[in-house]
Write a protein that binds this ligand. Structure first.
Ligand code: AMP
Ligand code: GLY
Length: 432
């Protein structure tokens, strides 16, 4: 009797390497992978890989059916948007990842805001949807408040511009004309950001530890926005700048959102990612994502002590319970190495020489293995995760590993340091 479980992982980044790593802990799980680019970390763990467009539902389906895949975990948002899950479900493959319609919570920001409004979900900032740059400009000129300007569709986290941070009002009035399609203009929120991710099986939601990402390219949170330079969690799975009341409110917002998608006839199955701004008046929703965050997945999956294969089955089959989900009460710090010049002018083709191995976990992203060398591409290269009883210990492990790599890459040394955490705490005290 064949007792193996065949599970497909879609995606080629650090997040998907972490997903594959978590699945690989179960001796009876056979990992299959479809990825745009060969990720050397996933390739090492997988039974079989296909390098092909992740966003092509027919390609993903054929590979899955040919290999008797039973479950699929979809890492990135792009395949969710093209309906990969809908096609796999029709072929009898159960998925951790929402249908194309449910994924609109991420892929269509005006859908997300209108849903929150319709169901009276709290944490909704003042927002306006425009379909022409001219109307958006007229609006901006009629107000003296500061706003966040966002294309309604996917931009890889790089299309958002904030007045008072990246743009003056005059620049904002020009920027709205550069954007194609609908755009959302929202009140600028002031506070401290945190991420709450949760496993969702359509109706039940089980939360993961809170994570804080670092979007800006350079130390001290300056420079352009990136996909995320690194992230950390604390042993109690919360942050000193998030009160119990803030946490409860954020969790309630997530639960209401899951319930509203079910009421719309498009239940959400997969990982719901809530990006919150903790403001003077509590947590407000910056956005939802319909998948794990990258890098945030590397923190939480490295801390997960329960069996991820069992969890995948429970999510995909609608039987998820609190008892399926346990995380170690430890701190984690994740630091991404990125090519010099990233994100604006990344220099690919850099040869990396790894340093001596330490306890850090290593996740590969946009990097190729060329005989014994690792060679950078133009996106985030690879990440190191340190786990420890304290933030200091986790940070030391991640920093030691990241700084030991020789080659044309850099990382943010400040991520996970006590001084950055103290800055967040005092900022929160100031605004409350
Ligand atoms: P997003 O692509 O929506 O995650 O936005 C990227 C980043 O822009 C977020 O992580 C925030 O730092 C910032 N941002 C987005 N919306 C707002 C807002 N309404 N107010 C202030 N900052 C925002
Ligand atoms: N780290 C942010 C994201 O995955 O969208």
């Amino acid at each position: 009797m064949n007792t193996n479980t065949n599970i497909l992982v879609v995606g080629s980044g650090g997040r998907e390497h972490a997903i594959a790593k978590a699945l690989s802990k179960h001796p009876q799980t056979r990992i299959f992978a479809v990825m745009n680019r060969m990720n050397p970390g996933i390739a090492e763990l997988a039974f079989k890989v296909l390098v092909a467009p992740e966003t092509d539902p027919e390609v993903v389906k054929k590979f899955s059916v040919d290999n008797q895949v039973q479950f699929a975990c979809i890492g990135p948002e792009a395949p969710l948007e093209t309906g990969v899950v809908d096609v796999l479900i029709k072929a009898g493959i159960k998925c951790v990842g929402p249908s194309q319609k449910a994924a609109r919570i991420e892929t269509d920001k005006s859908f997300c805001r209108n849903l929150m409004k319709k169901y009276n979900i709290s944490g909704l900032p003042e927002y306006h949807v425009f379909s022409s740059g001219r109307d958006a400009e007229t609006f901006l000129k009629s107000s003296d408040k500061e706003y966040a300007i966002k294309p309604s569709g996917l931009t890889g986290g790089k299309g958002v511009r904030i007045m008072g941070e990246h743009l003056t009002r005059e620049e904002a009035c020009r920027y709205v004309h550069e954007l194609k399609g609908d755009l959302v203009i929202e009140e600028r929120l002031i506070g401290e950001e945190f991420t709450l991710q949760a496993f969702v099986d359509g109706s039940h939601l089980v939360p993961m530890p809170l994570v804080q990402d670092h979007k800006r390219a350079y130390e001290g949170d300056v420079g352009p926005n990136t996909g995320g330079m690194g992230s950390y969690t604390l042993p109690d799975h919360s942050f000193p700048f998030v009160t119990e009341q803030d946490y409860k409110k954020a969790l309630m917002i997530m639960k209401q959102t899951v319930a509203s998608l079910a009421s719309e006839g498009t239940p959400f199955v997969g990982v719901l990612y809530g990006q919150f701004m903790n403001t003077a008046h509590g947590p407000m929703v910056i956005e939802f994502n319909a998948r794990f965050g990258d890098p945030e997945a590397m923190n939480v999956l490295s801390l997960l002590t329960s069996d991820f294969t069992g969890l995948v089955k429970a999510i995909a089959e609608g039987t998820l319970g609190e008892e399926d989900v346990q995380f170690a009460n430890k701190a984690s710090v994740c630091k991404y190495l990125v090519p010099e010049g990233y994100p604006d002018n990344p220099v690919p083709g850099g040869v990396l020489i790894p340093g001596p191995a330490n306890e850090a976990l290593c996740y590969y992203a946009s990097v190729v293995r060329d005989e014994e060398h690792l060679v950078t591409q133009s996106s985030r290269t690879m990440a190191f995760v340190g786990i420890g009883d304290t933030l200091e210990e986790a940070e030391r492990i991640a920093e030691e590993a990241a700084s030991s790599v020789k080659g044309p890459v850099r990382h943010r040394r400040d991520i996970g340091t006590r001084s950055v955490l103290d800055k967040r705490i005092s900022h929160m005290k100031e605004i409350r």
